[in-house]
Design a protein around this ligand. Sequence first.
Ligand code: CTP
Ligand code: MG
Length: 234
Amino acid sequence: LSYQVVLLAAGQGKRMQAGRNKQFLSIAGIPLLIHTLRVFEEDSLCKEVLLVVNKKEREEIDALLKEWKIQKKIRLVDGGRERQDSVYAGLMAGTAGNAKEDLVFIHDAARPFIRREELHFLAEETAKSGAAILAVPVKDTVKEVKEGTITKTTDRSLLWAAQTPQAFRYEVIVEAHEFANQQNHIGTDDASLVEHAGGTVKIVQGHYENFKVTTPEDLLFAEAVIRHRQGGRA
Ligand code: CTP
Ligand code: MG
């Protein structure tokens, strides 16, 4: 059992309002991107990291990998305008030298708190079913709203919040991306592209800790998770 990971780091981090890509921001003294890379570095099932980056940040990222002595096999891939374009670029880099039934994980660099055991559960499920994602039950009641008025309340017991990694056999996700490209369809995550192409995707229950660092207050939550893991008070 093993996988490659397409690690997405080619965004701009606009919602973080830090004036630079959020992955360079430090959490407890270590850059966000390094936190995430270390998880995959330490996972023996991870064969290689396909790190998708913005062309303009290549040098800065090269320097960061050296500074923090990341030893894992890493290939840098140029990303695209939308997240979906970046994923596809990573997949195309990965298909060379891989069999179509090999596993590929797609993960947001902005989710540093993914746990190794979750990666393993996900790999096992994907080896069986071909497509699986981490997700958690939704805690809030979710409303559909039009012009300030609730139009629908969906039964919460049916709702799950999708996270990453999202994991697939190469053939499943490459075909789904190509089908979406043909139809100019943009999905909000990779699982939805497989669904759109008529495929099925399994859920592996993850942890709320694996949130995506997106807005400024998320940096406070991130610091708290690290303090908690180090045995201090959260
Ligand atoms: N990402 C990417 N290529 C893009 C857009 C996003 O590789 N064209 C990556 C981001 O770097 C991030 C992940 O996809 O790790 C999840 O996206 P998001 O949280 O939306 O990050 P950003 O797009 O950077 O942030 P924002 O939407 O606030 O600008
Ligand atoms: Mg974005």
